[in-house]
Design a binder for this molecule. Structure first.
Ligand code: IPD
Ligand code: CA
Ligand code: CA
Length: 268
């Protein structure tokens, strides 16, 4: 295993332990609102601090981009950390959340970990080495089209100016698939695409730390990840469409009529 992946796993497990330890005490936690419907707890901050300590102890010169504390340092290696993806679920005791850690080298995704501490599912990938769930190799599905496909998504919840357009897209995809899930952790949604539990996924207005690790998992599992126009700008725009090759193409085709009039959907 790549030594940097090993350190990422150590960080993810540590973050996961902190999250789980606080789960039966969510009632007493201090919850701050970053903006409308965007919450952070002391657990997010504690987990992030512990993860960063582990990363920087191993690699003191590396840079970090972390959701709660922003950027630290500058280097050709940058860790992208979401210490708790699915905070709203966590606050409600809804058991779907994860730690997401990716490493970029010169802007390219190199290592990825998404860890579900409740199910103890560890999704990992190193560029060029494939993707694993615990110790098993994972692959995206080869579902041939949308009929019969199960897709994941995330509803807009912070800024709602594009909600009607999103709902029109949702309707179009509900009509042609076998179902849509909104589970509340984008990092886990992406991991589920990588391991074939979902045939595809789309969401707009995500942040880099929601996407980075999950995207590498999917690419290494044989899937396609793009922005809304089918291009590679998903980390920058936060707009993601992904799936096995055929499902990805079909999702893009179905969404196209809603995007074409205003490709700058990005400000969701
Ligand atoms: C959120 C989750 C959610 C997605 C949101 C994210 P957070 O992350 O990934 O599924 O719909 O856009 O912000 O805030 O819980 O880390
Ligand atoms: Ca997140
Ligand atoms: Ca988070």
């Amino acid at each position: 295993m790549h030594p940097m992946l090993n350190i990422a796993i150590r960080g993810a497990r540590k973050g996961g332990d902190i999250i789980v330890r606080h789960l039966d005490r969510v009632q007493g936690l201090r919850i701050d609102t970053k903006q409308q419907n965007d919450f952070v707890t002391e657990v997010d901050r504690l987990a992030e601090g512990a993860i960063i300590d582990i990363l920087l102890k191993a690699y003191p010169n590396h840079a970090i981009l972390a959701e709660e504390s922003g950027t630290h340092g500058s280097d050709e290696y940058q860790w992208v950390v979401d210490p708790l993806d699915g905070t709203t679920n966590f606050i409600h005791g809804f058991p779907q959340f994860a730690v997401s850690i990716a490493l970029k080298h010169r802007g390219r995704l190199d290592q990825a970990v998404v860890y579900d501490p409740l199910r103890q599912e560890l999704f990992t990938a190193s560029r060029g080495e494939g993707a694993l769930l615990n110790d098993r190799r994972i692959r995206v599905t080869q579902h041939p089209n949308l009929p019969g496909a199960l897709l994941g998504t995330g509803f807009p919840f912070r800024e709602l100016q594009h909600l009607d357009r999103y709902l029109a897209m949702l309707k179009a995809l509900i009509e042609v698939t076998s179902g849509i899930r909104r589970a509340g952790s984008a990092a886990l949604d992406l991991a589920y695409v990588a391991c074939g539990r979902l045939d595809g996924f789309w969401e707009f207005g995500l942040k880099q730390w929601d996407i980075a690790a999950g995207a590498l998992l999917i690419l290494e599992a044989g899937g396609i990840v793009s922005d809304l126009e089918g291009g590679p700008g998903y980390l920058r725009s936060g707009n993601v469409v992904t799936g096995g090759p055929k499902v990805h193409k079909e999702i893009l085709k179905t969404l196209e009529p809603f995007i074409a009039p205003n490709p700058n959907f990005s400000a969701v």
